[in-house]
Design a protein around this ligand. Structure first.
Ligand SMILES: [Zn+2]
Length: 56
């Protein structure tokens, strides 16, 4: 299971990526709490990159 933290400073909640497909994953995830969207790259369960994808 992969955990990332929401990049929204006011939120910072944990986003659980518990599907096995997220073990190696590149794409968008959405924070369920604040709705912010991120582009992340995960390799072998390790977060390699993350950035806001809906930044204005
Ligand atoms: Zn959030």
């Amino acid at each position: 299971m992969v955990h990332i933290f929401c990049l929204e400073e006011k939120c910072r909640s944990v986003i659980h990526l518990d599907s096995h497909k997220h073990w190696n994953f590149k794409g968008k995830v959405r924070c369920l709490k604040c709705g912010a969207e991120f582009e992340i790259g995960v390799e072998k369960g390790e977060l390699k990159s993350s950035k806001r994808s809906d930044q204005k």
